[in-house]
Design a protein around this ligand. Structure first.
Ligand code: CMC
Length: 427
């Protein structure tokens, strides 16, 4: 059996044999298929890249039909239960779980870079009082590139490693400062003896003059949430990270682009949209009519559906359990009943069953963040913190991949051509 694909072009009757590798054909192999010699050659048309592999990767594996998610071969369920976020970050970036001394070293490295330059802090202070935290986050990430001009040297492995640590260390600080700004509260500087997640919560909620007691269950729940959000292979924002990075832009600029992609309600903004939706529904008795309006196309049921998962989102299952543990500490989120009813109705409804729409990671994460005392505007920021690791792992892999070139898709041009300029007086 040959690993090839035979294509007959019925326009010309010619036959072509194209190699198949990893169940994939190379799009460029189609270019030889022409009617006339001076034709451009055959292309594929794939808006939204629903069936186009843009890279080879060894980081994250997803089987959407079976509901499988693995980082570097380790099932997400095991990592969520047995690992810490910072350990998962090491795994995603380096391909192996760290030894004790590698983890200590990694943790130390990150601790060394948690502080941000005072000028960055001052720049953040200049945002309006009601600035959206995600807008602050995106622009601050871009601004960071001006503080580390050496980050442009993207082909030096040592330099890349330094910028990766810087970003993973500083992102929680920036995120917490966006929250403090929106509250009008003084910024709290990082506290390195605390764990990555505990330090973040401390920067978010500690008030000067008061001790802030971290609840271990909440620290652990946030750590699990961060692990679940750390990477998700070639999603919209990771693709942007790779696309911006493919022009050899520095990782701070590329990360700002990735964060901007995450901001949209169809991607990382969905957890914010879920909370707005649950608040708008307001009462369990309104759920059925809301679901009906989703079915007749008036709106989408936020937190439902996924481009890849067509069975269930394994992260949603872990998060639902996590929510119960958090609510034991914080008290039950009153919107939970609406969410449960929504899930129940939607899972039984033919419209959702037929289209294989299931709750995704964002359906419950917002309820947890709200119970922890976060306003909805912070939710996409909470997604961006752990996803920074995934973006950087994807970027680092892309830079070292010899197959990769600057991203530059083709188009099918359907517009006018060869028009004669019309003077203003004749239009
Ligand atoms: N509510 C109602 N109908 C839906 C929904 C939804 N949430 N999602 C998809 N559909 C319908 C859609 O109208 C279409 O129906 P039809 O075939 O009759 O036209 C069909 O299902 C297929 O939808 P699609 O838009 O072609 O699917 P997609 O793979 O392009 O979109 C999605 C995936 C996640 C953008 C979409 O399901 C959606 O908009 N969900 C709500 C937003 C959301 O929760 N996003 C978070 C994703 S998970 C976090 C992350 O990784 O970003």
């Amino acid at each position: 059996m040959a690993d090839t694909l035979t294509i007959t072009d019925n326009r010309t009757g010619k036959t072509y044999e194209i190699p198949v590798e990893h169940d994939t054909i190379r799009a460029m192999d189609l270019r030889q298929i022409k009617v006339k010699d001076d034709d451009f050659g055959l292309m594929t048309y794939d808006p939204g890249y629903t069936n186009t592999a843009s890279c080879k990767s060894s980081i994250t594996y997803i089987d959407g039909d079976k509901g499988i998610l693995e980082y570097r071969g380790y099932p997400i369920e095991q990592l969520a239960e047995k690992s810490s976020f910072i350990e998962v970050a090491y795994l995603l970036l380096n391909g192996e779980l760290p030894t004790k001394s590698q983890l200590d070293h990694w943790d130390n490295d990150i601790d060394h870079h948690t502080v941000i330059h005072e000028n960055i802090k001052r720049q953040m202070e200049s945002f309006r009082y009601d600035a959206h935290p995600m807008g602050m986050m995106i622009s601050t990430l871009g601004a960071l590139s001006t503080f580390y001009p050496e980050a442009k040297n993207v082909h030096c492995a040592e330099n890349r490693a330094l910028q990766i640590v810087r970003l993973i260390a500083k992102v929680p600080t920036i995120a917490a400062f966006t929250f403090r700004h929106s509250q009008g509260h003084p910024y709290i500087y990082p506290s390195n003896p605390l764990s990555y997640t505990a330090n973040f919560l401390n920067m978010m909620f500690k008030m000067p003059g008061n001790e802030y007691t971290l609840h271990p269950a909440l620290v652990r729940a946030l750590d699990v949430l961060f692990t679940l959000h750390a990477d998700h292979e070639q999603n919209c924002s990771a693709s942007v990270m790779r696309a911006v990075g493919s022009s050899d832009a520095d990782p701070f600029s590329a990360l700002a682009g990735a964060a901007a992609a995450l901001y949209g309600p169809l991607h990382g903004g969905a957890n914010e949209a879920v909370l707005k939706m649950l608040t708008e529904i307001g009462d369990v008795k309104n759920v059925a009519s809301y679901v009906a309006s989703c079915k007749n196309g008036e709106r989408r049921l936020m937190g439902f559906g996924h481009r890849v998962y067509k069975n269930y989102d394994p992260r949603a299952r872990i998060i639902k359990k996590c929510a119960e543990e958090v609510f034991e500490v914080t008290g039950r989120n009153p919107l939970l009943d609406i969410a449960l009813e929504l899930e129940k109705i939607a899972l039984e409804d033919e419209y959702f069953v037929k289209r294989r729409l299931y709750p995704n990671v964002d359906f419950y994460s917002g309820l947890i963040y709200q119970a922890m005392g976060l306003p909805v505007a912070m939710f996409p920021v909470m997604f961006a913190i752990p996803r920074t690791v995934g973006w950087l792992a994807q970027w680092n892999e892309m830079i070292q991949d010899k197959d990769q070139r600057i991203q530059r898709p083709r188009q099918i041009f359907l517009g006018e051509r060869n028009r004669e300029f019309v003077p203003m007086s004749e239009r």
